[in-house]
Ligand binder design. Sequence first.
Ligand code: MRU
Length: 336
Amino acid sequence: MKVKLDDIERDIWAVWYESPVIKMIDQRLLPEKVEIIEIRNPEELFAAIRNMAVRGAPSIGAAAAYGIAQAKELDYDLDKAAELIKSSRPTAFDLFYAVDYVMRHKDNAVEFAHKYVKSIVEKSRKIGENGEKLIESGQKILTHCNAGALASVDYGTALAPIRIAHNKGKKPFVWVDETRPRLQGAKLTAWELLQEGIPHNVIADNVAGFLMRRGEVDMVIVGADRIVANGDFANKIGTYEKAVLAKENKVKFYVAAPISTFDFSIKNGDKIPIELRGEDEVKKIGERFISPAGSPAYNPAFDVTPHRYVTGYITEYGVFQYSDLSKLKEFKEAES
Ligand code: MRU
């Protein structure tokens, strides 16, 4: 992705490895500041994933893959490092898939971590190509959270088809859900779209129904943190209600994700572990309380959308219906 760093425009990934240091854009500081942070050991990586300096399922997976490579280069106990890294966040499946993948090839951990991350970038590009075909000229697309280059090392998952449609002159317009409580839409998706010159409006989280009823949304595209065998999927809290609204208003609803996000070991969405985060994310904006400090808050980070709301799954292997997902399982097995 193109970013201005020290006044120079550079094309960088959200996460990369300069042996033995993992580097990443600190996503907590955007859109005010583009700053690169350096991760020097598994403990620092655990903190960076937990506190969301790096976030978004495929980017978390990339950071974790490099985490094993780094642990190997620094002579850490690899099993302990893998366990620590995996305990950083519970929902995004890419984290577990990436760690297990590099651990299976631990004798050549650096080589396989690079291979893994390059493949994520390539998969994101293909998701863009496959999804772009679904977008017609001038369509208005609603997205939730950030499933852009920041979340997926480069290109994005949900944003990749939109980027390519824009580059082909299809003039897509994006409704960007602000995505409380951490505001990944307002902060990160809006920032990415602005960098690329893609027309968009940021909207409060409760605007989508209003727009859909008025015929102002042609399609919803979201990313995913974990898609299970029957097609149910976990994504940022608020996704489920957008899916229900889309069905009610006959708006197409697509999920974009690489196969590293698919967890075929779980039969349905009820079994997906859902991360609960701290109360202050809800009660504060920045350093300022917007609720009484004494009020308790409840903060699930993800919800589960049943497969019946999904028009199609946009993957690097094409666009699938939920009834065809078992084909992807074969592709995934062949890749591992
Ligand atoms: O808590 P986050 O910001 O890591 O959650 C990320 C999401 O839920 C994204 O919306 C996403 O679709 C998955 S990453 C492409």
